[in-house]
Each structure stands twice: as structure tokens, then as C-alpha cells.
Design a protein around this ligand. Sequence first.
Ligand SMILES: Nc1ncnc2c1ncn2[C@@H]1O[C@H](COP(=O)(O)OP(=O)(O)OP(=O)(O)O)[C@@H](O)[C@H]1O
Ligand SMILES: CC(=O)C(=O)O
Ligand SMILES: [K+]
Ligand SMILES: [Mg+2]
Length: 572
Amino acid sequence: MSHSLQLFAPPLPPPLSSTRQTPLHTTPHLSLLPRRSPHLQFSLRASSDPSVIVSDSNGVAMSPSSGTSDLSSIEGDAVTEAELRENGFRSTRRTKIVCTIGPATCGFSELEALAVGGMNVARINMCHGTREWHKGVIDRVRRLNHEKGFAVAIMMDTEGSEIHMGDLGGASSAKAEDGEVWTFSVRAFNSTLPEHTINVNYDGFAEDVRVGDELVVDGGMVRFEVIEKIGPDVKCLCTDPGLLLPRANLTFWRNGSLVRERNAMLPTISSKDWLDIDFGIAEGVDFIAISFVKSAEVIKHLKSYIAARSRDSDISVIAKIESTDSLKNLEEIIQASDGAMVARGDLGAQIPLEQVPAAQQRIVQLCRQMNKPVIVASQLLESMIEYPTPTRAEVADVSEAVRQRADALMLSGESAMGQYPEKALTVLRSVSLRIEKWWREEKRYEAMILPSVGNSFAEKISEEICNSAAKMANNLEVDALFVYTKTGHMASLLSRCRPDCPIFAFTATTSVRRRLNLQWGLIPFRLSFSDDMESNLNKTFSLLKARNLIKSGDLVIAVSDMLQSIQVMNVP
Ligand SMILES: Nc1ncnc2c1ncn2[C@@H]1O[C@H](COP(=O)(O)OP(=O)(O)OP(=O)(O)O)[C@@H](O)[C@H]1O
Ligand SMILES: CC(=O)C(=O)O
Ligand SMILES: [K+]
Ligand SMILES: [Mg+2]
């Protein structure tokens, strides 16, 4: 059975043979459609359709009739496929998971355990470790994808030029006790650090601080008061004891306000960051996340740099919202970016903590309205760095981010250096699944007005098609939405609607497929397809049926960016 709603360019197609097809005739200036055969009704052919081009695992096109490779010519994610087979469409996880990779998880088997546990994106933080170390991680993730059928994407996060402490002379931490006097210095120490001494990376530090300022480590983990300045050394009295970690972030406060002197003029992208970005481009990472973004300009600058450097310019730029400036310029920053991260760690050091939840909600909503993926990050399961179970409050925090329907949740220290990375991942996965199911079943999601984001008329039509298809999918309770998309844009438009059913996104390029992995509800597959939707659908059905991912009778709605149509059909 196939029902099809099509927006056709004039001249109108001849009547279709199937009475169940009802082309929607639209205004004559609608000329989006390359004129195609109007035969869209459905029939599954036994033989493979030669108009569908498939490719081998290296992306080399080959004939679909070349033996059994045909049935393996669709590439999906091994973990999602297993989930689909086990639980059916409806209960696949919609919220994506980003894991920061550090010493606890950088080995091949640890990375594999995270991939099996549902990691969609691996994040490497250039604040820590060497480029060689990060290259090792990238190579292992790529090998994992290649050998084991995962589609884990890689996100590189820049250091940015915030003020932070040095390396603690190799120690993993240092304890600052109440009443102790510590020296914060911009001096370069050749040998070991003197006792109770901390290096600061910002040359202007000793000049900018004043006696009486409050020095806050990592957003409040430890606090000091500046008591004396001696040349490059700043003597500070510990007022709130705690653990100092290597390269911890530093802010200083005067009369209750964050001090923004020359440090506010630090470049968002430092010279070291540019080298890291070159490294990321050369390694072909999927996302570059920019720390401490202040304005849209820097994002535009980086995007044009990437476009000039990388052949396909297919690296997405994620703006990290973690400063007062980024909140001030939020809309234009998100508009310029390919996605955003609510980086609550540093954000909570720059605005009062009680303002962080409202900021999170605003950023998540705005991103969805502007059709940009959004990640909620930091301290989601902080206690699991040390303990095998989360606190109830942490579970409530994760639930809230899922309820807000953020695209993705992120683990930081929990997966980078914690004792229970896999357990933390399991908590994110199971809480996401449970909350998604609960809210879906109770239909508790508040509707969101989705403003038009398209610039051209053709883009606006794509948007309307996706909005309508998602609505139909909910009303008809279909099993899955299918989208055939070259750039991934149409898939993201469907994801933005947060429909009740999962979205199978078919795309021809491996990099687009990996990037779609960050977006809510998308199950990306790599499949080379033609402009002929009928043969695409035939092909997809037979490939997915052969892999037990769908079965006859499942109800599916399909859209594509080649053909402006919505088709409703049962899998034959
Ligand atoms: N590549 C790494 N090598 C060593 N330790 C790491 C690495 N990546 C992360 N870590 C550890 O995990 C912790 C949490 O990681 P996370 O990426 O959140 O860093 P962060 O220092 O808090 O900075 P950011 O604000 O950029 O997130 C770090 O403080 C560090 O101790
Ligand atoms: C993730 C990050 O950079 C932060 O929370 O500060
Ligand atoms: K960073
Ligand atoms: Mg940060």
C-alpha cells in the first residue's frame, strides 16, 4: 500500500494508475522538482534495481548486481541495529551521547566498550594531553568504526584562552587547606614547583588582580583571597579548602562581580588553538567545538578557514556557550554555528549558579527553533567519577535535559578519568530511554512553535514537508520516518520536530552519516541512492528486511530532498 502526497512542478503529471495516490497540486510558480517519472506507487521487485548505485566500504561505487555485496551495501550502526532488532523501532534511544575520552577510556577495548554502550560521539579536549595522544585516540576510534561497524563521530574541543592553572608539576591533584597561603605565579619554573605554588597561564595575571580580589578555582571548588602582590607572584589565602586539579580554570571576582579586564580581550582562538584546528582538519574530525565563544564573528572566521582548508568543508563547528559574552550574543552565535554546547562547567563560574538552569533551557529551546543540534554538558553524573551509582539529584538533572529534548548529553570527567565510565554511560542511556518513553506515552511534551529557518522558497517547502510528515507520523502512529538526504539538512529538519517515531536517515556520504549521529532521534545509514525514489525505497526495504531491521506491514512515511513529496506506505 502506498499513499503519496506530492508537490509537483507544472506541468502536472498524468493521472497515476493507483487511485490511492493523491498528488497535491500547488501553485504554478513551484518549480523545485526536476521532472521525474510520476510512477511512485509501490512494488517490491525481486531483482535489484540497477538505478541504485551502491558502494563498498571504501566509498567506491560498484554495481549493485555484483553478487552478494548488494545486501551489505547499506551501512548502519552496529549498536543501534542491535537495539532495533531487540526492542523494535519505538523504543530506540532518541537522545544522543557524547563521551569525553581521557586516560580512563583511551585504549581500544575501553573505546569499544563505550561504543557498545551507546557512545555516539567521542570528544577529545585539547586542554589536556598532547596532539600525539589525541591522534592515538582518533586512530583507534576510526579503526573501531572500520572493523566493528560503529559510526562514532569525533569532536575536537579547543583549549581557548581562558585563565587556568598549570600542570601541578606532574601531580594528579593538590589539597589546599583553609588558612594556607599559596603563591600564584606567571613565572616559568624550570625544575620542580616550589611548595604551595601554582603556575598561571595568563601573563597579565599579576597586573590585573588586586589585593582583596577573590580567586575562584573551577567555579568554586576552591577559593582564595589575594593578600599580596610581589612582582610576578601573587600571594593568596585559602578561604574555601578543596582539591586543586591540573589546569583548573581560574576566575577572579571584585565586589561580587567577575573581573573582566584585559583577560576579556584574550582571543577566542589562540595561536595554539589554530595549530590544534589544523590538526583536527588534517585528521578529518567531524566536529570542532570552540571554547569561550564571545561573538558570531569568530565562528564565521573559523568556518571560512575550514572551508578553505578542507576539501569538502564537512566539519561542523559547535559554539560552546560558557561565558557572559556568549549569552549576550546568543542568537547570532547560534545562527552562525552548526550547533551549540551548554558548557555548564565554565558557565557556572561566570554567572551565578542559580541562573544556569534558565540559561540551559533558553539555549536548548533556541537551538531547536534555529535547527541546530545542542549538547548539554558537564557534571551530569559528576559523583560517578568516584562512585558506581549516581545521586538522585544527578538523575533528576539528566531527566530534565532529556525532557527539554536536547539533542545530546555529554560525559566529561566521568568518562575521561572516572572510575566507572561504562556505568555512567549506562545511566545516561537508561534514564534517556525511560524519560523519552514516559513522556511519549503520556503525550506530555509541550508543543513548540518552530519558526521558518529557510532562506529560499525551496528550503521553506522542505521545512513544511518535514513539519507535515512529522505531524502525520504522530497522528498515524507510524513505525518510522525515512529520509533520503544528500547533505543531511532534511534529516535535521525532521529531527527538529521531535516526532514520536525514530527517523531513518539515508545519506550517501560517510561523513554526513557520522555527523547526523549527534542529532536527536536520527538513525543514520549510509546508502548510495539515485534520484528515483521508487527504486530507492524498493532498495531500502529489501536491504533492511534482509537485516531484520524492518518487516512486512510496518508503516513508514518517507521524504527526500530530491523529490518534494511525502509518501505513506506499509513495508511490502
Ligand atoms: N586527554 C586527557 N588527558 C588527561 N586528562 C584528561 C583528558 N581529558 C580530560 N581529562 C580529565 O578529565 C577532566 C574533565 O574533562 P573535561 O573535558 O570536562 O575538562 P575540563 O578541564 O573540565 O575543561 P573544559 O571546560 O574544556 O571541559 C579534566 O579536568 C581532566 O582532569
Ligand atoms: C564542557 C565545558 O567546556 C564546560 O562545561 O566548561
Ligand atoms: K576545552
Ligand atoms: Mg569549559
